[in-house]
Design a protein around this ligand. Structure first.
Ligand code: EPU
Length: 421
């Protein structure tokens, strides 16, 4: 099993180029199943999750060609299977997103379901509520190992989401593009990845309006056309490097990030004393100007503070003056990194959905694990400021979602290597 060895590093300095967004590209690849025509996708990050979805959509009938490192063409002349088998979906929860496009295009989807994951139970009832509203029949076996959805013809309908779920909004948007008539989605998620998916669908010929607000309206169309789309930069990767500048008291120029997508992270870092400047070349993040102090964080749907940046930010808060409170409102079990950080010398106490982080801690390198993708990123950040060597295992989580993570950190001066044990 591969591991990272991380040593205490000098303050990170230099520039980093942000890759295409993992959470934008996955639904877009699934949406490419909707069209018979060729979709060209640029700025696709080279990630394990992208490979997993490529295998799944290829199995379902898509011809996927990699033109160069970050450019793919996807063309689905016909759907060859309406069933997504367990061995292809169990590697990644976002695989479920193929159900909507399969249903819209063929009238049937049977998708085996991965269980919950380390960050929470990850239910799908909001997705299914949307499909039912569009007139589909939904069947699940008793233990919920698969879901089968059928419909002769999807008919546009009002969909109210009880919570602005990112996946449910994406899924219903995709299915509604080929339904008869209009589908307004109320309490829709407003994340930038939703806007990117809407832009992609519209380039294919869909009629989606209002993405990025709480009401999205989709007017069904008959057919799609070829399109060419560049994936938005990854706001969580950008946030991770912003926090890296802060935790190492470094000075990093972040290129290619969309500043408006990382406003909440920037605001919280600024409250701690980090200086952030917009320059012609990118966002300059300086943790080396002021003494850094504590702050409190509540994760919220966009534009609130993203749950995906919670664990890296918590690693940073262990190093500042004062105590901080972090409240995780999105996932019920996203504090798995806390015990790992405490093993390195942090002092973090959990009480339900809140964590109190006592600052100014002296971290020591030890053997720790990545319990999920973002927890892994948090451990790398902690390792950069811990004395000695941090040996981080289960790094496949990190490689699922960060392109060239080690190389990017090394370029900024970090002492980190990947070894095969
Ligand atoms: N939820 C329900 N019922 C549903 C759907 C969701 O109760 O039918 C709950 C979830 O259990 C969770 C909350 O709603 O507690 C938020 O879930 P959401 O559906 O918004 O998240 P997701 O679509 O499953 C995406 C990202 C996550 C990111 C969340 C929140 C992708 C592939 N994944 O997940 O990314 O944390 O939105 O922003 O887009 C990551 O990148 O590390 C990651 C976990």
């Amino acid at each position: 099993m591969a591991k990272y060895l991380i040593q205490k590093s000098a303050p990170l300095k230099g520039e980093v180029e942000i890759s295409g967004s993992k959470n934008a590209v996955l639904p877009i690849m699934a949406a490419a199943l909707l069209s018979e025509e060729e979709c060209t996708l640029r700025d696709v990050p080279a990630l394990r999750d992208v490979e997993v979805l490529k295998d799944l959509i290829s199995y379902l009938g898509a011809e996927v060609n990699r033109i160069d490192t970050n450019t793919y063409t996807i063309q689905t002349r016909e759907i060859k299977s309406t069933e997504a088998p367990f061995d292809l979906v169990n590697k990644m929860r976002a695989s479920f997103l193929v159900a909507g496009p399969l249903l819209a295009r063929t009238g049937r989807a049977k998708v085996y379901m991965p269980g919950g994951c380390t960050i929470g139970a990850r239910p799908i009832e909001l997705h299914l509520k949307g499909f039912r509203a569009l007139g589909a029949e939904v069947r699940q076996d008793e233990v919920g190992s698969y879901v089968e959805i059928t419909s002769d013809r999807l008919v546009g309908a009002n969909v109210y989401l009880d919570f602005p779920s990112v996946g449910a909004t994406e899924h219903i948007m995709m299915a509604a593009t080929l339904a008869d008539g209009p589908t307004p989605i109320q309490t829709a998620a407003e994340e930038p990845e939703i806007v990117d998916l809407a832009n992609f669908l519209n380039k294919m010929g869909a009629r989606v309006k209002g993405a990025g607000t709480e009401t999205i309206k989709i007017d069904g169309v008959e057919k799609f056309k070829a399109c060419n789309h560049g994936i938005i930069p990854d706001r969580i990767e950008a946030g991770t490097f912003m926090i890296a500048a802060a935790i190492t008291r470094g000075n990093i120029l972040i290129k290619n990030a969309v500043n408006s997508h990382v406003k909440a992270i920037a605001a919280k870092l600024t409250e701690c004393g980090v200086v952030i400047e917009d320059t012609d070349e990118g966002m300059l993040v300086r943790g080396d100007v002021n003494p850094l102090v504590s702050t409190n964080i509540k994760t919220m749907p966009y534009p609130g503070f993203p749950t995906d940046a919670q664990s890296p930010f918590m690693a940073f808060l262990t190093t500042v003056e004062g105590s901080s409170v972090v409240i995780e409102n999105i996932f019920e079990n996203r504090f798995m990194h806390v015990s790992e950080l405490n093993r390195m010398g942090a002092n973090i106490k959990i009480d339900g959905r809140s964590a109190i982080i006592y600052g100014n801690r002296h971290l020591e390198g030890t053997k720790v694990i990545s319990t999920d993708l973002r927890a892994g990123a948090a451990m790398v950040l902690a390792g950069l400021v811990a004395d000695g060597t941090t040996e981080l295992s289960e790094i496949y989580h990190i490689e699922r979602g960060y392109e060239n993570f080690v190389e990017k950190f090394r370029k900024l001066g970090a002492t980190i290597i990947r070894i095969d044990d």
